[in-house]
Design a protein around this ligand. Structure first.
Ligand SMILES: NC(=O)c1ccc[n+]([C@@H]2O[C@H](COP(=O)([O-])OP(=O)(O)OC[C@H]3O[C@@H](n4cnc5c(N)ncnc54)[C@H](OP(=O)(O)O)[C@@H]3O)[C@@H](O)[C@H]2O)c1
Length: 256
């Protein structure tokens, strides 16, 4: 660990790193000359990340951390230097089936997707404030822009993250810390396997990771992709509610 921290490369911390977009970001970050602290719960999956990136084995450290557990997050934060890049990516998606409506689904997604980000932010931001530098990237979703079928538990967590990022951005500006919001469309990961509908513009996690890293130093606050799907969805948010409602209802009508 000490060796890794003395290594001159920039430090990236990423939550939800064991698979999907997070794992793809770890690969991209290592190839882009970062040393990476990769966090998620499943150590077995995280170890695969290490063997997959054996070429960069001295630049990658993995920790089993649950983002709902502040003390686990704080114990990692204590051991490392201030992150140059903090990617708050951990999240889950569970659709709401109205006939099986359960408050538990809402609590679980709120605790991981929203409060998990806040707890992770809390653990790492203090050192970033002291170092007066860095970038925080918050993983939201296009699903946070407008209400969609079956997304009543997931979408509000992503919407809340958008407002969190927009607000904290002002507070961090005086510390020279940049805040970025990432709002992907559909990415082909385990999370979307539950979807029984067509996913327009579906892209692979490595493509998503490349787009994110390419834009990490851009002036844009929000990184959103793929282009066509995100433009259509953005347009829907500008329409009067009765039009966007009818359009989304029509398009999703024949889906199960
Ligand atoms: N896929 C999409 O279409 C899409 C679109 C927009 C936004 N997103 C967002 O992108 C992020 C990554 O999603 P993904 O599609 O890559 O999902 P994924 O393949 O299911 O990966 C989710 C990651 O989060 C980790 N995780 C889940 N709960 C955790 C917890 N309590 N503590 C720590 N880590 C936890 C998982 O690892 P462990 O199981 O090892 O903990 C895993 O590494 C999520 O925030 C998701 O909402 C995804």
């Amino acid at each position: 660990m000490k060796k890794l921290m003395h290594n001159k490369k920039k430090t990236a911390v990423i939550t939800g790193a064991s698979e999907g977009i997070g794992a793809a970001l770890v690969n991209e970050l290592l190839q882009s000359n970062y040393k990476v602290i990769a966090l998620s719960r499943n150590l077995k999956k995280l170890s695969k990340l290490k063997s997959f990136n054996s070429k960069y084995k001295n630049d990658l450290i993995v920790f089993s951390v649950d983002v709902t557990n502040s003390s686990q997050l704080l114990s990692v934060a204590k051991e490392i230097n201030s992150p140059d890049l903090l990617i708050l990516n951990a999240g889950i998606y569970e659709p709401v089936i109205i006939e099986n409506f359960s408050v538990k689904t809402f609590i679980k997604q709120s605790e991981i997707n929203y409060l998990g980000v806040i707890k992770s932010f809390d653990a790492f931001i203090k050192k970033m404030l002291l170092s007066n530098s860095g970038t925080v990237l918050i993983m939201s979703s296009i699903a946070g822009w407008i209400g969609l079928p079956k997304a009543s538990a997931y979408a509000p967590t992503k919407s809340a993250l958008k407002l969190f990022a927009q607000s904290i951005r002002y507070d961090l500006a005086k510390y020279n810390i940049t805040v970025k919001l990432c709002s992907p469309g559909f990415v082909n990961t385990k999370a979307v396997k539950v979807n029984d509908f067509r996913m327009p513009g579906l892209i692979e996690p490595n493509v998503a990771a490349k787009i994110i890293l390419k834009n990490i130093n851009s002036k844009k606050f929000e990184i959103t992709f793929p282009w066509f799907f995100s433009t259509v969805m953005k347009f829907l948010t500008y329409l009067p509610d009765n039009l966007s409602y009818k359009f989304i209802k029509y398009v999703t009508l024949n889906e199960k």
